[in-house]
Design a protein around this ligand. Structure first.
Ligand SMILES: Nc1ncnc2c1ncn2[C@@H]1O[C@H](COP(=O)(O)OP(=O)(O)OP(=O)(O)O)[C@@H](O)[C@H]1O
Ligand SMILES: [Mg+2]
Length: 261
């Protein structure tokens, strides 16, 4: 486990989001420390995606606050920043890995351009360096260098997901959000991707927030987890503790029903 800093990277306090009368998530509070991987688990409709979108500024909360410690050490309320500041964070300090790679990639430009584009967005202009860096990141996600000029639509699902990861990591983010990163993949492809993700997160000392309904994914990737039901957090703790010794009746049910599969 990564050494934890004592100041949180992200603090979520009293966060709620309603869709009209319907609850997306309510009164959620938690913290994420540098280098820590937090899993958000729960059944379908429990509010995982709503929560993830609210903390990554993709969806405005109805109440509550989210603060993020910037590179200069100052913690800032994300919803009091300008739109331009938030966009800069998303392009540089953060990554967002979508369940469906097509949502996070440009399907009709080359793999190299998909990775290079994020670099250009942070000011890199030198073609040779962009290409070298793209090649490096493709190899880190196990995509052969001779695929650099291929478009992602010519890639398999697993390769697309690995390309999406490379595109996110190229700017050296400190925090990566992932919504069901292994969702649509075959079991064997999932296992390989999880292995790769785990290695990258460890090597880079990344903090990550991973939404999954799969407890095995949470077990493999996360240090800590929160369990959601009907938009609320019903349990929170170190991943091994929650999975081996669940306290909330709902978590007990979730853990036992997975074991029966
Ligand atoms: N755009 C929306 N408009 C209205 N209600 C919504 C909207 N998005 C989500 N909801 C509702 O908010 C609740 C939480 O949904 P959310 O998508 O966050 O759950 P989830 O845990 O991500 O589910 P899944 O595992 O199926 O992705 C559900 O009751 C859902 O119907
Ligand atoms: Mg979801």
């Amino acid at each position: 486990m990564t050494m934890l800093d004592e100041t949180p990277l992200l603090s979520v306090a009293g966060l709620s989001r309603y869709y009209g009368e319907r609850v997306g998530c309510r009164d959620v509070s938690f913290e994420v420390y540098p280098g820590e991987v937090l899993a958000i688990v729960g059944e379908s409709g429990s509010g995982k995606t709503t929560l993830l979108n609210c903390i990554s500024t993709r969806l405005e909360p109805s109440a509550g606050s989210v603060s993020y410690r910037m590179r200069d050490g100052e913690s800032r309320d994300l919803y009091r920043m300008s739109e331009a500041e938030r966009r800069l964070l998303m392009r540089t300090d953060w990554g967002f890995v979508h369940q469906n790679p097509a949502d996070g990639l440009r399907m009709t430009v080359s793999a190299g351009a998909n990775v290079g584009e994020r670099l250009m967005a942070v000011g890199e202009r030198h073609y040779g360096r962009i290409r070298d860096t793209a090649t490096h990141w493709l190899s880190r996600v196990e995509i052969a260098a001779d695929r650099i000029d291929d478009q992602p639509r010519a890639f398999s699902g697993g390769m697309r997901q690995r390309l999406q990861i490379a595109r996110n990591l190229v700017t050296g983010p400190r925090l990566v959000f992932m919504d069901e990163p292994t969702g649509g993949l075959d079991v064997s492809v999932q296992a390989r991707l999880l292995d790769l993700l785990r290695g990258l997160v460890n090597d880079l000392g990344l903090a990550a927030i991973v939404v999954t309904h799969d407890l095995a994914v949470a077990r493999l990737l996360s240090h800590r987890m929160i369990v959601m039901k009907d938009g609320r957090v019903v349990e929170e703790g170190l991943t091994d503790r929650v999975l081996d010794d669940p306290q909330a009746p709902y978590t007990q049910l979730l853990v036992s029903s997975i074991l029966q599969v």
